[in-house]
Design a protein around this ligand. Structure first.
Ligand code: Q46
Ligand code: ZN
Ligand code: ZN
Length: 319
């Protein structure tokens, strides 16, 4: 297989794009595609102060590398969830993120959940769900809350995440199976800050296949945590990804077309604002000042601020 741009030996064949490229042309092609996505969806400019959520995995570190190469200024945010899973998952992933930032002299903010709120995500899950559930719902809520709060209080214009096309297609597939209108209406490359206290969120890798990002990290030589989070095993999102991979194997481009057709249908008005139950009620959490759908404490504060003793002493220490 030959590179379609220069005739050298190709390192990757992307059937979904009917395109085979050599290493050098592939390493130009990926940032070029990301730049197009940033511009197409008016995500941000080179003057914006950006915050990128960094997990230590291939997607977020590759995105940081691409932004750096393209001349955007993005600081990183690593959230220490305290997930061990027998493989030191959080500790190891932090190590990869720190090394990446150090090598490029980039700023990485680190928020450790246990230090900040007294409990790790698995501890919180045991307390609130009596260990019956995976920690993913507590984890997702915690990450969203902390990312938004930090971006908001530190004055970042936009919050970036490393979700790739496979992630987005799997989320869309799950939401479509159950036709959750309020989720569908808010899924997309850009989530505008449409409520007071919310920070704008964007996904510059939303059109990049996971396989393309893995190849990019490998060819650039970015060390990243290879293991999935131990709690991802058996998750619904992985099951949906497997189904979409089967579809993609038979029909290259199926995932991209599924996602892009959805965005087009939404632009065409498939989902009416009536589907947006979120917009119906606007409240501000009295504890953290972030938006919440019901009066009183938000879901995050209800969870973590039950641990009042710890928080009171933690706040006193800071005085
Ligand atoms: S939600 Fe669940 Fe992930 Fe959190 S506990 Fe691990 S698998 S990291 S994206
Ligand atoms: Zn080439
Ligand atoms: Zn709150």
């Amino acid at each position: 297989m030959r590179c379609q741009k220069c005739g050298e030996k190709a390192v990757i064949n992307m059937r979904q794009h009917k395109l085979a490229l050599c290493k050098s042309h592939f390493l130009d092609w990926v940032p070029d595609q990301v730049e197009r996505t940033i511009k197409r969806y008016h995500m941000f400019t080179r003057h914006d102060h950006l915050l990128l959520a960094v997990s230590g995995g291939k997607d977020s570190l590759s995105l940081w590398d691409i932004l750096y190469r393209l001349g955007y200024s993005a600081d990183g945010l690593y959230i220490g969830l305290g997930i061990d899973g027998g493989v030191n998952y959080s500790e190891n992933s932090l190590e990869y993120a720190l090394n990446f930032a150090k090598e490029r002299n980039l700023l990485l903010l680190v928020k450790d959940i246990q230090t900040e709120y007294g409990e790790t995500v698995p501890m919180m899950t045991i307390r609130t769900h009596r260990g019956r559930e995976k920690p993913c719902s507590v984890c997702g809520l915690t990450k969203r809350h902390v990312m938004n709060q930090l971006a908001r209080t530190q004055g970042y214009a936009t919050l970036l995440t490393g979700h790739n096309l496979d992630d987005e297609a799997a989320i869309l597939f799950g939401n479509t199976l159950s036709w959750v209108g309020s989720y569908l209406i808010h899924q997309g490359p850009v989530l505008e800050a449409d409520r007071p206290g919310l920070v704008r969120k964007v996904k510059p890798l939303c059109r990049m296949y996971e396989r393309e990002m893995a190849a990019y990290a490998l060819l650039v030589g970015i060390p990243y945590i290879q293991e999935e989070c131990p709690h991802a095993v058996g998750s619904t999102s992985i099951y949906h990804k497997e189904i979409l991979n089967k579809l993609e194997a038979d029909r290259p481009g199926a995932k991209l077309s599924f996602y892009l057709s959805f965005l087009q249908a939404r632009r065409d008005g498939l989902f009416s604002p009536a589907a947006d139950q979120r917009a119906a009620s606007l409240h501000t959490c009295p504890k953290c000042a972030q938006p919440t759908s019901a009066p009183g404490l938000c879901a995050f504060c209800r969870m973590f601020y039950k641990n009042e003793d710890y928080l009171v002493s933690n706040q006193l220490d800071g005085l």
